[in-house]
Write a protein that binds this ligand. Structure first.
Ligand code: AMP
Ligand code: GLY
Length: 433
């Protein structure tokens, strides 16, 4: 491991299941740091002091980091990164894990990313960019259906429409460019050919041209069992994703990961943080769907619990330019599976404020952890639902089946009037065996 002294006090920015997992994993570091979080949630508050500074309040977060004299900041969500949180912290010489605004643009602008992918010949679907309706409609007629329409900017995971008919595609174009759907994020759009195959999430810790690939995982984006219904932020994950065989992973590294890291550096971006590459495993090979510039949620909830390597040392090495000195990643042989408990109605309308009753920790299945996402404390001190995705229940076990059994047993033990979760997390891999 790199020899830099480990931080004694650190700030995790964000309030979701990803951040709860980061807080727990960083607290478990042999360096035993003090960990604080902003703004956090009701579950994070049980583990670490939380400060009521919103994740998009860059001046407030910088002031908090200074006041609390933290010597390392780990940023969860993309919004503060694209608003320049890492830039401001670096100016103040506070080490930060998470890219500056120029790197965060790889997530904040799909057109910017597509241009880099095409220029550097990294496998990705052909696409064209538009800010006016007529040429976009004309282009649509030259492509085949299904076709994908993407708002250029950040749209909280909702700016992608996979249209299964020409009228649906045309409506999506008009809604974004004329109708103001997605606001400024949809003022420009991409029309992209549809890719077919299984998706996988490849999370890469990047520091300039150095990188470490984290364990593979697969998300379940649709709300309903059997991958039906609207897209969500992610309803469950498992790791490893065995569809990514060692030889396929080598191909992904050679054709996508290394070329991406080098392309980003060649473009003059000094990237430090997680490059999350969404990949479609098409019949002709892996193809990039998107870059995110942060840890995935709920990918983090299955990837980090499998690390035997000290996450704090890994992220600090990336933030201080010492990633090349880090030895090979040590990963536990266990499988991890995470079931997201959502509030019924998500990703559309859902209630908040429903009381959640948790099982006594001693009665949980072994190696099972409940990460909080959208939770808060009400006036009576009870933990209540406070978001669409409420909890992430992660279990580790020697087989994926056993991990699923443990996670689902814990889901049954949690009580909440609006509880909803998919019953088939991991099914793809379980059924393949
Ligand atoms: P993104 O916001 O780019 O992650 O897109 C959200 C989801 O839309 C992805 O996870 C895919 O399931 C789907 N998607 C995006 N681009 C394509 C594409 N070119 N072909 C098929 N599905 C896509
Ligand atoms: N789970 C997908 C994401 O974090 O964007």
């Amino acid at each position: 491991m790199a020899s830099t002294a480990l931080p004694r006090s650190l700030l995790v920015v964000g309030s979701g299941g990803r951040e709860h997992t980061l807080v727990r994993t960083l607290l478990a570091s042999p360096a035993a740091p003090r960990v604080i979080c902003a703004p956090g949630n009701a579950g994070i508050a049980l583990d670490a002091p939380c400060f009521p500074v919103a994740a998009d309040d860059v001046p407030g977060l910088v002031a908090l980091a200074q006041r609390e004299q933290v010597d390392f900041v780990v940023v969860g969500p993309e919004v503060p990164l694209s608003l320049g949180l890492a830039d401001r912290l670096q100016e103040l010489k506070i080490p930060v894990y998470g890219p500056k605004a120029d790197g965060a643009r790889l997530e904040a602008s799909k057109i910017f990313t597509k241009q880099i992918l095409l220029k550097h010949r990294i496998p990705t679907a052909p696409a064209a960019f538009f800010s006016e309706v007529a040429p976009a409609l004309a282009y649509l007629r030259t492509r085949s259906i299904p076709i994908v329409i993407k708002a250029d900017g950040l749209a909280a995971g909702k700016g992608v429409i996979v249209a299964t008919s020409l009228p649906e595609a045309e409506a999506a174009v008009r809604d974004m460019l004329d109708g103001g759907k997605f606001g400024s994020a949809g003022r420009q759009l991409l029309v992209e050919d549809c890719l077919f195959g299984e998706e996988t999430s490849i999370l890469v810790v990047v520091s300039g041209r150095d990188y470490v690939i984290l364990p593979t995982s697969q998300d379940h984006k649709r709300i309903g069992d059997g991958d039906t219904g609207p897209n969500t932020g992610g309803m469950g994950t498992y790791s490893p994703a065995e569809v990514v065989t060692p030889s396929l992973l080598a191909r992904i590294e050679n054709e996508i990961v290394r070329p991406s890291v080098n392309a980003i550096a060649d473009e003059g971006i000094a990237f430090c943080g997680t490059l999350f590459i969404g990949i479609m495993l098409t019949p002709t090979g892996p193809s990039v769907i998107e870059y995110n510039t942060r840890f995935g949620d709920p990918e983090t909830q299955v990837v980090l619990p499998r690390l035997a390597t000290d996450l704090l040392a890994l992220l600090l090495a990336a933030a201080t330019g010492k990633l090349a000195q880090v030895g090979p990643l040590v990963v536990k042989p266990d499988y991890a599976l995470c079931v997201v408990i959502a509030a019924r109605g998500y990703p559309e309308k859902f209630s908040k404020g429903d009381v959640i009753t948790f099982p006594a920790p001693a009665t949980l299945p072994p190696a099972t952890t409940i990460y909080h996402a959208g939770t808060a404390k009400n006036a009576a001190g009870a933990i209540v639902t406070n978001g669409g995705r409420v909890l992430g229940v992660t279990a580790l076990a020697p087989t994926l089946r056993a991990a699923a059994d443990r996670a689902y047993a814990a889901c049954e033990q949690i009580q909440c009037a609006s509880k909803y979760f998919r019953r088939d997390i991991g099914a793809r891999q379980l059924n393949r065996r």
